[in-house]
Design a protein. Structure first.
Length: 188
């Protein structure tokens, strides 16, 4: 038998014995007064308190056991979710996480940020792609672009013979340069 069960049974029997013994002394003192009424009440109270303590201990023990089972189930569910995500997404390493973040058809490369050129065997970073990813795949409007982005867009529009867009971009570049000149004059 389990030692915890034996201790629980012994304490239950002791509690019951105290309750019965104290009750006997109280009843006996009512029938034939011997002056043991107080002792009987104390024994009954001790039996009752120890019985209640056993009941509370059992309830707490069951709660802890249930909590342990819930934790085990939660760990199993998390492991299954990790396995499912690694099967469907192609792994849980950093490379696969980054691949999931990049929209289809986009590419990211690393650039020497000081010179703007590729350094050694490291490919160049396409900052527009990174900005596009950070915007959630949405492209910027002409009014949201900086000077460098506008110049790139102008070159692309001219290359595609989209002269209407090129005209809009050119006007935005001029407006941006004019606002930059006004800010420089204000700083002086």
């Amino acid at each position: 038998m389990n030692s915890k069960l034996i201790i629980l049974l012994l304490s239950g029997f002791a509690s019951l014995a105290l309750l019965i013994g104290g009750g006997y002394l109280v009843l006996d003192d009512f029938i034939q007064p011997k002056g043991l009424l107080f002792e009987g009440i104390v024994l009954m109270s001790l039996g009752l308190i120890s019985g209640l303590m056993i009941t509370v201990a059992l309830s707490i023990g069951q709660t802890i056991m249930i909590f342990g089972q819930i934790m085990e189930q939660q760990v199993k569910i998390q492991q299954e979710m990790r396995e499912m995500s690694s099967r469907t997404m192609g792994g849980t390493d950093l490379g696969s996480v980054l691949k999931r973040m990049i929209p289809p058809g986009a590419s990211i490369s690393i650039t020497d940020l000081e010179t703007g050129e590729s350094s050694g065997n490291m490919p160049s970073i396409d900052l527009d792609v990174i900005k596009n990813i950070m915007r959630g795949g949405k492209s910027l409007g002409i009014e949201d672009m900086g000077l460098e982005e506008l110049e790139k867009e102008l070159a692309k529009a001219v290359k595609k013979d989209d002269y209407e867009r090129a005209d809009k971009i050119n006007k935005a570049i001029k407006a941006l340069k004019n606002s930059g000149d006004e800010n420089n004059e204000e700083d002086l």
